[in-house]
Design a protein around this ligand. Sequence first.
Ligand SMILES: [Cu+2]
Length: 497
Amino acid sequence: MKVNKLVAAVSMALSMGLVSGAVMAKEGNVANVALEQPASEAIKKLPIEKAVRVAPPMVPPPITRKHPARVVVEMETVEKVMKMADGVDYMYWTFDSTVPGTFLRVREGDTVEFHLSNHPSSKMPHNIDLHAVTGPGGGAASSLTAPGHTSVFSFKTLNPGLYVYHCATSPVGMHIANGMYGLILVEPKEGLPKVDREYYVMQGDFYTKGGYGEPGLQPFDMKKAIEENADYVVFNGSVGALAGENALKAEVGENVRLFVGNGGPNLVSSFHVIGEIFDKVYVEGGKLVNEHIQTTLVPAGGATMVEFKVDVPGDLVMVDHSIFRAFNKGALGNIKVSGAENKEIYSGKQMDAVYLPEGSAIQSVDTGAAPTPAVAQNLEEKIKFGQRVYEANCQACHQAGGVGISGAFPPLAASDYLNADHKRAANVIVHGLSGEITVNGNKWNSVMPAMLLSDNDVANVVTYVLNSWGNKGGEISPEDVAAQRKAAPVQAVPGAH
Ligand SMILES: [Cu+2]
């Protein structure tokens, strides 16, 4: 391995300011960062190491040590507006301010001590589910973190392989759709074969109110996400993230390894590099190696490693070979190969041919009528439907049993604020709420975002909450909700409509 080349790439990334701010700001004595009381005596004996972190498409250098370590990872969830395409912005939810989140590289048998911090400016709680974890939820429950808090948990890397990590806070699909995913490589004890270049490429699908390319700050579209009707399918978070000036680079004769992940949330990737054949594919990121592969499937929530030697110069093009995604939704990236021609392997154009395209027939599809969602017929049904709405949309903040999180999310259980005015609760849900309120004698001054729910769903969830956890009972109708939707917000939410 040309290790110095990798090191040079990493230090280049450093000097370009590509390294995430979180990592830079917290540089310091590793021992100070690690928990003083780890989960066991055995872990206490391990040497402590801080995970090397660089922004995608770079990856940390291969692991050279021959013994297990306690690897301390400090990761930060940040919600921030970034570019989706020229003229199009999007409010991304991220791990370490990049999509995908920074690449984690550890060794089989290591203990990873994971510190997840949720930036104080976040509106949402977040957590992390690493597919490399053996344990409930992949760490999700242990890492649920309110804005302005840090959670710590540890896990042992029992299985080598390339794994996806992602946020698993409900609504899970929404957190993933907003960009909360990345890859963790657990190197086998003996290490991976040496190559000359390694890069990190991760596909994701995005759902926006406006269609592809419609300018402005585009909000997330839940309906399109549920229908799996993506506006954008991209590598590394945005259109062009790996194209043109941002193209990956290699020289003729080099061996290239791509760590390829798919965050989804919905679409399976038919990963292909136009102009190359994968010499090796580590099928689904595991131990099985297949050879001479043209296109490999990367499932949503899955990953693969591909290796190929670049023999001739030119532009290689990475695509999702579900090809409309490549040419019409953004799933295109380049690898620029420089070096000497080899006419024996590839001649270049030897004659001018005529290409006769097939006639393009526009198909029309009979969509039929959309089924109408079930409407609750009585109080009992309302409560039942409302519980589902609560679990999918409210529980992440207000918690199971409506107990809330001290300092972040007020309780809905036995809430005097809620019981005092049922219709105001509907107003809070449709318009959001900010500014100081008092619930059961405690003051809260935070922000609840407006929830994108139908009048029926809001009526059901308020009715469910009113009839749960020591609240005083009661019922509101979809008409009540519609009236609140037209009424002024209880308190203005900055930035809301
Ligand atoms: Cu999240």
